[in-house]
Design a protein around this ligand. Structure first.
Ligand code: G3P
Ligand code: CA
Length: 345
């Protein structure tokens, strides 16, 4: 029979493993499935998210845009000819148009010109068929999911696996949609809240390249907020704004007044020689987590010394690139290849 000391030892162990400290170790990097497992399925489809969850991703990332009737759907941009079959659909030929998006003239088909019912009739396609020919086998098989359908998938997979699965939504072009009369942030918070996500400890991060929606969100939600940082340019909603300025010590301190983390291009975290920059340390000093993007296994997206052969579509040393990011001290990584990164961890 187990003695009293043994019982106490077991109780202490159980308490430790149930504690938030061991349940979410500070050093563990979260794996965020970038547009789903988009290295293996057409991006932003339920199939891509489903596979990412099966592979063990901690979070799935839906980028979000709006339909004409005000529904949030998962697409990387509101111009959808690169990821759907819209260009081949005769009934929508007259929707092709040119308009300014974030300061650039773009020609194509835009989600805000389609009702949800119309969008549902479209079929998703692989964005990079030359780079990912195997994914084209899935062209035409899946639709454009709504945020509600993505959340429903997460809940179903949580019930199936007993595992908590996080959501990492990004609102795309919020200033553009605001000018059209849509409140993307309000719609997102409402949908998340209705699904039970409204506390800080809930597994949700809300991200944006723009600044105003995050500042506006801060008093509206406890959910964690992430300021995205590109390697060039600046937020489209800040005149003269510069991402380079935003990652100075002063800039990071300013971000920390409204966000919980930054999501920088990984090239801002490790230099061309593979060595870490100062960014992670400076962000941590400001109290900000660092979730970098985007880790992909194809040679084209890896530094030369981690490539394998000459074929840019061939698989390189993604584990080596992850090791560099981990050694730089990151807290999380967006990846098109969650299985590879989890194996590397
Ligand atoms: O949101 C993180 C990362 O996805 C940012 O880049 O262009 O793929 O949304 P993008
Ligand atoms: Ca994104």
């Amino acid at each position: 029979m187990e003695g009293r000391a043994g019982v106490i030892f077991r109780a202490v162990l159980a308490a430790l493993f149930m504690s938030p400290i061991l349940a979410s170790p500070v050093q563990a990097q979260i794996v965020i499935a970038h547009r789903g497992a988009s290295g293996e399925r057409p991006e932003h489809t339920l199939a891509a998210y489903d596979l990412a969850i099966d592979q063990g991703a901690d979070y799935i990332e839906p980028d979000l845009v709006m339909t004409k009737d005000g529904v949030l759907v998962a697409r990387h941009e509101n111009e959808i000819s690169g990821t759907t079959d819209v260009a081949s659909r005769a009934e929508f030929a007259d929707r092709r148009t040119t308009k300014p998006i974030d300061g650039q003239e773009l020609t194509g088909w835009f989600t805000e010109d389609f009702t949800l019912a119309e969008l549902r009739s479209l079929r998703a396609r692989e964005r990079m068929p030359e780079m990912r020919p195997a994914n084209t086998a899935y062209d035409g098989q899946f639709g454009v999911p709504t945020l509600g359908e993505v959340i429903a998938l997460v809940k179903a997979k949580e019930a199936e696996t007993g595992r908590r699965i996080g959501l990492y939504p990004e609102i795309k072009h919020p200033a553009h949609f605001q000018a059209l009369g849509f409140d993307m942030l309000g719609a997102l918070l409402q949908e998340l809240s209705a699904a039970g996500y409204d506390r800080r400890e809930d597994p949700v991060f809300i991200q944006s390249f723009e600044v105003a929606p995050l500042i506006r969100a801060r008093p509206l939600t406890e959910l964690r907020l992430v300021q995205l940082i590109a390697a060039q340019g600046g937020p489209v909603d800040v005149e003269g704004g510069s991402y380079r300025q935003m990652i100075t010590v002063a800039g990071l301190s300013r971000i920390a007044t409204y966000a919980d983390g930054i999501g920088p291009d990984l090239r801002l975290v490790i230099g061309p020689d593979g060595a870490p920059t100062e960014l992670v340390g400076q962000a941590h000093a400001a109290g900000l987590a660092v979730h970098v993007w985007t880790l992909r296994r194809e040679n084209a997206f890896l530094p030369e010394d981690l490539r394998s052969g000459e074929d840019l579509a061939a698989t390189g040393d993604i584990a080596g690139q992850f090791a560099r990011l981990r050694d730089a001290g990151i807290d999380g990584v967006f990846t098109d290849n969650p299985a590879d990164v989890i194996a590397a961890k």
